[in-house]
Design a protein around this ligand. Sequence first.
Ligand code: COA
Length: 320
Amino acid sequence: MIYSKITGTGSYTPERVLTNRDLEKIVDTDDAWIRSRTGIQQRHVRAEGQTTSDLALVACQRALAAANLTPADVDLIVVATTTPDMVFPSTACLLQDKLGVTNGTPAFDIQAVCTGFVYALSMADKFVRGGSARCALVVGAETFTNLLDWSDRNTCVLFGDGAGAVVLQPSKTPGIYSTHLHADGRHANMLSVPGAFCAGQANGSPTVKMDGGAVFKFAVKVLDQVCREALEANGLQIADVDWLVPHQANIRIIESTGQKLGIDAGRVVVTVDRHGNTSAASIPLALDLAVRDGRIQPGHKVLLAGVGGGFTWGSALISM
Ligand code: COA
């Protein structure tokens, strides 16, 4: 049996930090409200001219270095993003060029908003298990602040920019035990950017619209469900899991999910305070930070769980 295993992680956040106090000067909000309702203290914002593939590039270079590999080893690139550099080519193709991968390696984007990284990991897992790839780069990268209306306090305080990447390689031992993906398009209007380009014009709105309360309830329900699905599929209990790395949208969603699952708060990786919600980047960013600060160790079982626009949700149970 061949599994796919994460052999390196990397991440990157732009240098520019936007604190809650900075936001107080832009929109009618305050630091205490944002902290108490979301747990967010700051977020990173891309530099002028910096694109999603630029952020992804640094995260990938760091992940490859951690795996002792070079771009020449890469034979699959999957980028999860909601904020591509352009309509086409895909951000994955642009990233391939920036990385200097010139061997015709397949590269494509996946759009599942905040569940994007779990979807991308699941796709790459199938390529590696099936023998079609031996060194896959899986990236979640976003310049999500491009989609914000900075006069809408309901949404602009929540999101930030960043990128996280992992290298997946074949292994005789797990590896990724299983992935579980779901979607329900009936909830499209709960969280969306309801705009598109047509004849040189933006039709609809180019910024995020959200029913925060409905998103909150839906997220807590499906994160719990999809984590339990992963545990049941592998005959495991939550006590068998060393770390939960959930999508970083809101500390109250993370805490409620942890409580429903019955996992100790000390075994839940939290970065939402530093990064805000970086959509597809949030899970690999959190994973990389916990690997680099030594919390996640080789052999640890880690449960990844995401939820986002679509609506989409999914989980991955892995051994590092
Ligand atoms: N600063 C100050 N006040 C704000 C505010 C802000 N940034 N944003 C909203 N408010 C106000 C609202 O206007 C409302 O005022 P009102 O009662 O006068 O109408 C008040 O705060 C309470 O709003 P409410 O919606 O009850 O707050 P909440 O506790 O539900 O928190 C969210 C709002 C958005 C933080 C919360 O619903 C949430 O996190 N939802 C999920 C969002 C998410 O994670 N999205 C991405 C998923 S992938």
